[in-house]
Design a protein around this ligand. Structure first.
Ligand SMILES: [Zn+2]
Ligand SMILES: [Zn+2]
Length: 287
């Protein structure tokens, strides 16, 4: 038996609740991203954002494909096999997997759904249950992100969704510890710590996995993650994401609960400026 460690919910860039035109992102490229993670992690999902916020009509951010597109095809140190569900990347011969996940913003604040194992976009802005049914019909996996943040769901609702096999797990969320960047009407005292407390109270009824929800490159190695045990075969025949969800179904995993240190926008903007200097405006390292 071996185990694989990583987070299924990671943005790596600064993200939602801002006008996309104002978005301050830490530019980075695939080689830097994999290089930053590979010593600490076996996989690291990159999470696309699917939203239908009134001001961002049908707004999507394809962070997964954007990150993969930064690879230089002539770079002999880097080899990529991307099937749309996940990318296997070899950096200097060492293998690393980047599953594509989506965070879907539904029509209720903080009812966010994490989806894995689906190639095509599942659009946001709709009723959460309808969205979960679509994910199930498409053969995808669903996790409720930070489910009790700002009272998005009730315990009864999440138990019912799990009974109906519309979700596979709840998330212990290691990001979002600095709610100062949230819009005023959503600000509450450390809402994700309260959510995590309520999530753990359900852990004997629903699998609870830990994700970093990192919005900053620095948090990738420090943040929350989960080690999933793999018991059958090597992850060559089916996608790594299927092994991860088999492990979730068996409840055969270990959470590493840690809060990210640097998710404040101030740090992020600073980091962005710093890495901009390091990597140039296009996110590429200096020639
Ligand atoms: Zn979220
Ligand atoms: Zn997120």
């Amino acid at each position: 038996m071996n185990s694989i460690t990583g987070s299924l919910h990671t943005h790596g860039f600064w993200t939602d609740y801002r006008n996309p035109n104002e978005t301050a992102r830490a530019p980075f490229n695939l080689k830097y991203f994999v290089g930053a993670c590979i010593k600490y992690l076996d996989f690291q999902a990159i999470t696309d954002i699917m939203s239908n916020w009134p001001e961002w009509k049908e707004f999507t951010e394809h962070r997964y494909s954007a990150l993969l597109a930064t690879a230089d095809p002539k770079d002999k140190d880097l080899h990529i096999e991307n099937n749309g569900i996940e990318a296997r990347v070899w950096l200097y011969g060492n293998e690393f997997t980047i599953p594509r996940t989506q965070e879907i913003l539904t029509n209720k604040h903080f009812k966010h759904i994490l989806v894995a194992g689906v190639k095509e976009d599942i659009f946001g802005g709709r009723n959460a249950r309808d969205t979960l049914k679509e994910i199930k019909d498409k053969g995808g996996y669903a996790i409720l992100d930070h489910p009790f943040m700002c009272d998005a769901w009730t315990e009864e609702e999440v138990l019912d969704l799990y009974d109906k096999k519309l979700i596979q797990a709840l998330e212990w969320n290691g990001g979002l510890t600095f709610p100062s960047w949230l819009p005023k009407f959503l600000r509450k005292k450390t809402p994700n710590r309260e959510s995590n407390h309520r999530v753990l109270a359900l852990a004997d009824k629903i699998p609870v996995i830990a994700n970093d929800d990192a919005h900053c490159v620095d948090d990738l190695k420090r943040g929350a993650k989960t080690s999933y045990n793999i018991i059958s075969g090597s992850p060559k025949n089916i996608n790594l994401i299927d092994y991860i969800f088999q492990s979730i179904e068996r409840r055969d995993f270990q959470r590493h609960e840690r809060y990210s240190a640097f998710t404040s926008p101030i740090h992020h903007v600073k980091y962005g400026a710093q890495s901009q200097k390091m990597f140039g405006k296009d996110g590429l390292p200096p020639a």
